[in-house]
Structures are given as C-alpha cells and as structure tokens.
Design a protein around this ligand. Structure first.
Ligand SMILES: Nc1ncnc2c1ncn2[C@@H]1O[C@H](COP(=O)(O)OP(=O)(O)OP(=O)(O)O)[C@@H](O)[C@H]1O
Length: 859
C-alpha cells in the first residue's frame, strides 16, 4: 500500500507495511537534475566522493576512536542494538540513467541484520528494515538513520536535497520537521566554489558548539553528549573530506535531532507501557470483580471491595498519567512556542540556481545557532527527570499496592486452591462413580447385547417355528381338505354300503327263507324215505386176502352179487332164494366219497336239529371201521380218498358252520365213549386214575352220560385229532379175520349247539364184529357183543315195522349200546345203518347172517 502526500511543498510517496510501519519518500523524478551542468556536476561529485571516501578511510584509521565509539564498544547492549555503520559494511549498487543516479540496491552488513534498498517503479528509492537501531551518519553514498518503528533516511545521490521521514513522530515533531524543511525551502545551493568557505565556517562553529556542549548535560541518558559531539566531530571530518559542509551540518542536526527523538520515543514507549499496564490492571480488576460478582458469599464480597479500591487507585494513577500527559503537552507547547530553535536544513530548490555565498553564510550562521540551541535541550532532561521521578513514585506506589493486593490475592488464591483441592477430591469421587457407572453401563450393555442376541435367536427360532407351523398348517389344511373329500366319499360309499347291506340283509332273509324251505323239503324227503335207512357196502377183496393168481377165481367164487334189475337187492350165489333189500348198496368199487354223498343228508338233518345215528354193522374185517373212519394219514388228519364218514362229516360240519355263520352261530363238541362188555369207557380220558365211572341218565327226555367228557372243537382238524387219539385207546384184539379186531362198540358223539343251546346231535357207531361165538376166543366178550347187537337188531326191526311206533315199548334199556343210542333211534331221529359184508366164499355164512340181521325186507 502506498499513497501520495504533500510534505515540505513536495510530493511524497508513503508506503504502509503490514506492521503498520510507514515510509515516505519523494519521487525520484523530483530529484533528477535535467541540466547538463548538473550531470557534469554529478559526475564530478561521484569522482570527488570516491576520492573523499578513500581519504576518509585513511583518516579514520589515523584518528583516535571517539568517545561515542568507545562507549559503543564498552556497552554490549548498545553494541548489539546500535552500531556505527562503516562504509565497508555498505554495499550499494547504482545505476545512471541520463541525468540521474538511482539506487538499485543497498545492503548493510550488520551481524545478522541487514538493510536493503532497492529501486521500485523507477520512481522511488526506499529502504526496508526490521527492528534495527542504527545510529549512523555521514555514510556515503546514502545516509541511513533508523530506529524502531521509524525510518529517517533518504538522500538524493545528487546531493540536491535531504529528506527526513519519520512516521512515528508525534504531531508536534512533524510540525517541527515541516518548519525545518519550510525554512530550507528558501535556501539555495551556492555552488561548489563557496563550499570550502562554508565548511571552514561550519567547522569553526561546530568546534565552538563542541566546546559549549561538552559542559552541558546531555539529555540523552547522559551518555550521548560526548558521543554526540564526537559524531559531530566525525561529521565535520567527513564534511571536510567530502567538501560539503552544508550537508554535514544537516547530518549533524539530524543526528542531534534523532537522539532527541529517540529519547522522546523512549519516554513515549515507557509512558505507553505504563498506561498499558494500568489498563491491563484495570481490566484484570474488572474481570475479577465480574467473576466475583457471580458468587454471593462473604469472601467474594470482600475481594470485590478490595478490587474496587484497587481500581480507584488505578484511576488515580490514570489521573496522574493524565497529569503526565499534560506535562508532555506543555513541553510540546513550549516547543511550539519557540523555546527550541528551529533546525534549518540546507535544501536545494532548483537545479539551475547558483549558490549565493551570502546566503550560504547566513545559512551557516543559522546552522551554528542550532548547536547553540542544543543547550536548551538541558531543560528537557530536568523536566524529564521530574517526570521520571513522578513516574517512579507512581510506580513504587503501584508496586506497593500491588504487593498488598498480591498478598490478599495469594491468600484468596490459597483458599481457592484448597477449594480446588476439595473440588478435585469430589471430582475424583465423581470420576470413581463415573467409572463404576461406566462399568455398570458396560455390563448392562453386554447384558443387553447378550439379551438382544438371545432375543434375536429366540425370534429367529420363533420365526422358524412359525414358518414350520405355517407349512404344517398348509399341509394340514390340504390333508383336511383331502380328508373332507375322503369323508364325503366315505359317506357316499357308506350310503352305498348301507344300501348294499340292506340288500344283503334282504338276501340273507331270502336265503334263510330258502334255507328253511330247503330244510323243509329235505325233511320231507327224509320222511318220505323214512327215518331208518339201511345201506349195504360190499368190501372188495384185498391183496393180502388172495394171491394174485387166484384173484380171478375168487371173483368168480364170490357169494354176493347185486341184482341187475334192482341195484338195491343183493343175491347169494350159493342160495338163489336168498335176496336182501337195502336202501342203497355200495359195491366193491364204491369209494368213500360215494358213501358219504349218501350219508350227507343225514348230517344235514343233524344240523337242522335232529338226532341221528350212523351205525356200521358187519362181521370182523368186513370194513366197518374203514367205512366209519377210513384210513388216516400218519402226519395229519386231512381229508384224503380213504377218509371215512367221520372225517368227512367233521369237514362238512365246519363248512356248513362257515356258510351259515351269518345267521347261525354253531358250536360243536366231541365225546367218545366205548361200550365193552356192557361197560362204558370215556376214550377222551386216557388217564385211568382219573377215570370216573360213567352212568347213563335220562334228563328232560334226553340221554346223558354222567362224567363223560365233551370237548368243544374249533375246526375239523381238532375234531379228527381227538377221534384219532381216542380210537387208539379203543380195545382191540387179533382175530382170525382181522389182526386188530374191534371187540367193543365205539360211539363218536358230536353235539351241535346253536346260540348256546343243544340243537342236534350225531352218533357215529362202530360196532364190534358180529361173527358168531365160534369165531372168537373170548366167549364172555362175544356174549355181551351178541346181546347188545341182538337188542339193536330188535330195535331196528321194530323201527322198521310201523307197528312199533310207541317208543316206550322199544327195549333201549336192554343194553348199554341201545340205551346210549336211545335219542337217535326212533321218534323223529334219523338212523342210518351200514351193513358191511365180505364177499369171499369163506365168509358166506357170516355174510348171510349179517344180511338177514338188518335187511329191511326180503323179497
Ligand atoms: N371197502 C373197502 N375197500 C378197501 N379195503 C377195505 C374195505 N373195507 C375194508 N377194507 C379193509 O379191510 C380190512 C378190515 O377192515 P376193517 O378193519 O374195517 O374191518 P372191520 O369190520 O372193522 O373189523 P373189526 O370188526 O374186526 O374191526 C382193513 O384193512 C380195511 O382196510
């Protein structure tokens, strides 16, 4: 930043730096000489300057060191801050441009400090400096005089004009310089011819001044008096060397003036520091009062009162400071009123003006008065000393007050420190609580994090379960729909089944009715045929009974032959008149199945509720047992081709039970009893020890055998097993016709129960052999057999004769056999008698007796 101002009737360019320092310089155009004489003069001046500089060096080396220089060298403080700048320390670069010489750069080597100047915009030469105290004068080519926050430097190289610039001067000081410069405006440079005379006059005058000034106390800290005159002496030396007395005088004045200004500046600085300190203290008090005003206790109020008192003292100090400022103003007014002589500085107004010797003399005289006026400076130190004393008094009072206040403040500070210690203990306790709370917070945070994780896992599990339940719900819904459809289909099917069941029941009813009709018809047929039926079965000739080579002879010699016209009639070859009538005749080629087919209607009558008796009668070995039981397998009792009526009856009964189980609940029980020599024997009780005596009783018109065992059988195999087992217990003997001849009557009894009520019964009777006594060795046995068979013959004969329909007259009691068969002989019972005969010629008599015995009628 720079601006143009008017000073001393010339244009000045003022530079303002960042630290608010200002430098004002005249434009170089005003310093440029345009006359050819001046250019020549400048060249000559340069040459002279060079010569003078060289001579100066030699003189300086010869001259003793000035007191000022000695002082500088003795005072390390001043030596470090103030230094005479020798010519050797200056490096300057110049440039000439037609009629002017400009400073391009100047460098002053001062330990670590440096001052440089450079040319800028071809208009202004300025010097940049920082915090340097430079007391220098008479330097060539430039004069540098500087101090803190000010710059007083500038010399036109042409020597036409010297400019003093100080932006930190007080207002009065500026006026002083203006007046100084104004006084210079009317002065002309009278030429180099008068220079030596002027220099001599100036030298005399300065010498006189030197003598006068040595007796006067120097106002500049009592140190600069000799130095000052030593400087002036040096200046004169330099002036003599340069041949420019006027300039040296100006420099001398400038030096003196600078020292005066330095002193003023120091005073100003000290005053400003004092004001700043009081201001700072006032601010401190104000801050403390404000801070204490926030505490409403007695100690704060006491402190506040103390600080307010101190503030009043400070106010007094300010008033004293105002007094001091008034004193300063009085000093300045004294200056303004002309108590100080005006320093006249020679100044060249125009380039082409000639130097008037008379004016030069006057100028020299005026310059000499400046030296005299320096005596008046002694007044300033006195006033200044008074001010300094006053200042010191105030400072002492201030320090005393400060010490008292400091003691109080230290006490308060101690109290505050104790409070601070207590507060710090509270803070530590609070910190401990905070740490505990932080731990609890951390634990709670950890707990809640774990809880959150647990809850999250729980929610995830719930979500998974929810999804699973939802899927199960969907599946159940589908299954329910399916079940509903199935239920509907089931209901439809059930309705159909109910309809079918009704239909079945209807069919059952129809079947039952038809069954009844069949039973009725069957009964009618049986009644039409008669309740007593007699079949004759002719036994074939067995292999062991005749050799194969005689078989044809045996067949031709058989005694029995069936009538060709009437198949039910048997004829004897040896007796043509003997013919025997039977209900059915089974020849030698008949099978077991053929026999049972004729027997099955009687079994059906038993299922319908009748008591039936199937009796096999014949001589030993004629095939009674074969017809009744047949031949069993060794391993099982299954039906085979040789199975007789008894196993086939068992199979038929359970087959019918299965067929009619819908409307009939049939149960069968089996008992086997043997009649031997008119004694009863239960063949199902094989243990003789527990064999109890069997007695025949008639209860409710039904024949019962007391102590006889009846065993319910669930199937045909169980029934046949019992029969097979009991038949093995039957009493047998070896006869001439049969190696294992049955010598007792065996009755196989099957009781039929329907709905727990005995409804019908079947008695299958395998009689003992009917051969004559001569054919057997046991006469007693033969007599009992004959007796029972005779009784049976009589009863059957009576049943076949319609004349003996009165049952009470039938001799059932004459034998145990007929007594046991009482319910199945006569009445509504059905009786079927098989007469088995052996056709061999050797059995002719027994065969004829058998045929006679049971034949229903003879033709
Ligand atoms: N119709 C027949 N066909 C083939 N073999 C028969 C026939 N009848 C009987 N037999 C056989 O004749 C033999 C004697 O028969 P079976 O034992 O049945 O006579 P039986 O009359 O019972 O004699 P017993 O009164 O002494 O017991 C047996 O070996 C038997 O197998």
């Amino acid at each position: 930043m720079f601006s143009k101002t008017k000073r001393f009737g010339e244009s000045l360019i003022t530079f303002e730096f960042a630290n608010k320092k200002k430098i004002s310089l005249p434009p170089s155009s005003q310093r440029v000489s345009k006359s050819p004489q001046k250019d020549q003069f400048s060249l000559n001046l340069q040459q002279d300057l060079q010569q003078q500089r060289e001579s100066k060096r030699s003189n300086y080396t010869k001259q003793p060191q000035s007191p000022y220089s000695q002082r500088l060298s003795k005072s390390p403080t001043l030596k470090s801050s103030c230094k005479r700048i020798n010519e050797e320390d200056i490096e300057a670069k110049y440039s000439t441009n037609k009629n002017r010489i400009s400073i391009n750069s100047v460098q002053i080597n001062m330990n670590s400090s440096a001052i440089s100047a450079k040319k800028e915009k071809n208009q202004t030469d300025y010097i940049n400096y920082e915090n340097q105290h430079i007391y220098s004068s008479g330097l060539k080519p430039n004069n540098f005089t500087s101090r803190d926050n000010s710059l007083i430097i500038k010399k036109n190289l042409e020597g036409q004009r010297n400019i003093l610039v100080d932006q930190n001067l007080q207002e009065g000081e500026k006026k002083l310089f203006q007046e100084e410069n104004i006084s210079q405006n009317g002065q002309n440079y009278e030429g180099r011819n008068n220079q030596k005379q002027n220099e001599e006059k100036s030298l005399n005058r300065l010498s006189q001044n030197r003598k006068n000034e040595t007796s006067v106390d120097n106002p500049f800290n009592k140190l600069t008096n000799d130095d000052f005159f030593q400087n002036k002496e040096n200046i004169f030396y330099e002036q003599e060397e340069e041949g420019s007395l006027q300039q040296k005088e100006i420099q001398k004045h400038n030096k003196t003036l600078k020292k005066f200004k330095d002193l003023r500046y120091k005073q100003k600085f000290q005053r400003q520091s004092f004001l700043d300190s009081t201001q700072d203290q006032d601010q401190l008090y104000q801050t403390l009062i404000e801070s204490l005003g926030q505490h409403d206790n007695q100690s704060s109020k006491d402190l506040k009162s103390i600080f307010e008192k101190e503030k009043l003292n400070t106010t007094k100090t300010e008033s004293q400071n105002d007094t001091k400022q008034q004193i300063n103003k009085a000093i300045i007014n004294q200056q303004d009123q002309g108590e100080f002589s005006i320093i006249n500085i020679p100044f060249k107004q125009k380039k082409d003006e000639t130097i008037n010797s008379k004016q030069q003399k006057n100028q020299l005289l005026q310059d000499l008065t400046i030296c005299i006026d320096y005596q008046n400076y002694s007044k300033l130190p006195n006033d200044q000393s008074n001010i300094q004393n006053t200042y010191n008094d105030y400072q002492k009072n201030f320090q005393t007050n400060n010490e008292d206040n400091l003691t109080i403040l230290q006490q308060k500070l101690q109290e505050q420190k104790s409070k601070i210690i207590n507060l710090e203990e509270l803070v530590e306790q609070k910190d401990e609580k905070i740490k505990n709370l932080e731990k609890e917070i951390f634990q709670l945070k950890t707990y809640y994090e774990c809880k959150d994780k647990h809850q999250q896992n729980y929610l995830n599990n719930c979500l998974t379960n929810y999804l699973q339940l939802q899927a199960d719900y969907e599946n159940l819904k589908q299954s329910c729909d399916q079940n509903l459809n199935a239920q509907q289909a089931y209901l439809i099917q059930r309705q159909e089944q109910e309809q079918q069941l009704k239909l079945i029941q209807e069919l059952k009813r129809q079947v039952i009715e038809s069954e009844k009709i069949v039973e009725q018809q069957h009964e009618q047929i049986i009644q039409f045929r008669g309740n007593l039926r007699i079949f004759c079965r002719i036994k074939p000739v067995l292999d062991y009974e005749a050799e194969i080579k005689y078989r044809e002879q045996i067949q031709s010699s058989l005694t029995i032959q069936i009538n060709q016209r009437h198949k039910q009639v048997i004829e004897l070859r040896q007796d043509e008149n003997a013919k025997f009538f039977f209900d059915s005749v089974f020849d030698m080629n008949s099978t077991q199945e053929d026999v049972f087919n004729q027997t099955q209607p009687f079994i059906q009558c038993a299922l319908n509720g009748d008591q039936i008796a199937i009796i096999a009668y014949g001589q030993t070995g004629s095939g009674k047992t074969y017809t009744m039981e047949g031949v069993y397998d060794k391993e099982n009792v299954a039906i085979n081709s040789q199975s007789g009526i008894l196993p086939r009856t068992a199979a038929y009964l359970f087959k019918e039970k299965e067929r009619v189980h819908i409307h009939r609940n049939l149960v069968f029980s089996v008992g086997v009893i043997e009649v031997y020599c008119e004694e009863l024997r239960d063949l199902l009780q094989t243990d003789e020890k527990i064999q109890q005596k069997l007695e025949i009783l008639q209860l409710n018109k039904r024949i019962k055998v007391v102590n006889q065992v009846f065993q319910v059988v669930k199937n045909a195999e169980e029934l046949l097993s019992l029969i097979k087992k009991s038949s093995m217990n039957r009493i047998t003997d070896k006869t001439a016709q049969n190696n294992r001849s049955s010598r007792s009557h065996c009755i196989y009894q099957i009781k039929i129960f329907e709905n727990d009520q005995e409804k019908g019964g079947i008695n299958i009777v395998d009689l003992a052999g009917s051969e004559s006594f001569q054919a057997t060795s046991n006469k007693r046995e033969s007599s009992f057999i004959n007796k029972s068979l005779t009784t049976l013959k009589r009863i059957i004969t009576m049943l076949s004769d319609r004349q003996f329909l009165v049952q009470s007259k039938i001799p059932y009691r004459e034998s145990k056999l007929t007594r046991l068969l009482q319910d199945s002989l006569g009445g509504n019972s059905k009786t079927l008698v098989f007469v088995t005969v052996c056709p061999l010629e050797e059995n002719f008599v027994q065969t004829k007796e058998s045929l006679k015995f049971i034949s229903k009628a003879t033709f």
